[in-house]
Design a binder for this molecule. Structure first.
Ligand code: FES
Length: 219
């Protein structure tokens, strides 16, 4: 097992998060009671660096939205399912050592999305959410401008997805009398239907069962 020497223990201040990177994996180190806790260094919420957070009581708090993890175990007291992986660390002759195989194994099972050679690559969102749909878009524009979209910017075919429009069953019509005042109950109302000013009513069928043509005055 290959041990790697990562930091002089005496340079770590008590209960202060430190960032360290091994083989491209971000770690956070916290010294406490003459021990050291080495945890996965990215918040499980949106991937912020945990070393940018702070310690509050028993917890390491993410500096972005405040997710908490116990600094000695990596497990969140708020939700035990949220846990930063804790790596085996050893203090020997004043230095903190880690096991490289464990780091590499972790990297294999948790590929990291960071490309530190590109603009803002250090801050890739590890867990994009619907609540912030434009983060990726803004990031793309900040890195590449309109290079990948063309000089007109993002464009799409004309038309609107009908599922995004109000549907007929969601529309309620409220009839109202606008042009003329409604008649009172006792006023007689003609029900004859006249289609067009000069139209002569005509019923093709004059059905003996229906008789509506007579009712409507259609000849
Ligand atoms: S990124 Fe850490 S709490 Fe949101």
């Amino acid at each position: 097992m290959n041990k790697i020497k990562i930091v002089d223990f005496e340079t770590l201040n008590e209960k202060t998060p430190y960032h360290h990177q091994v083989n491209g994996l971000d770690l956070v180190l916290i010294r406490y009671d003459n021990q050291v806790s080495v945890l996965y260094g990215r918040c499980l919420h949106r991937g912020a660096l945990m070393a940018d957070g702070h310690i509050d009581g028993q917890n390491l708090i993410c500096g972005v939205h405040g997710w908490d993890y116990r600094y000695d175990t990596g497990i969140s007291a708020y939700n035990n399912d949220e846990a930063l992986y804790k790596f085996h660390a050893e203090i020997k002759e004043g230095w903190v050592y880690l096991e490289e195989d464990e780091i590499n194994q972790y990297l294999k099972s948790h590929p990291q999305p960071f490309d530190r050679n590109i603009y803002l690559g250090q801050y890739a969102d590890t867990n994009p959410e619907d609540t912030e749909p434009y983060t990726g878009y803004i990031r793309e524009l900040s890195r590449n401008g309109l290079k990948n979209y063309g000089h007109h910017g993002p464009s799409a075919a004309m038309g609107v997805d009908r599922n995004t429009l109000p549907k007929w069953e969601e529309i309620q019509f409220l009839p109202a009398q606008l042009a003329k005042r409604p008649l009172l109950d006792e006023v007689e109302v003609k029900t004859q239907l006249v289609i067009g000013q000069n139209a002569k009513g005509h019923c093709f069928w004059k059905c003996p069962f229906c008789f509506r043509h007579e009712l409507w005055g259609i000849v």
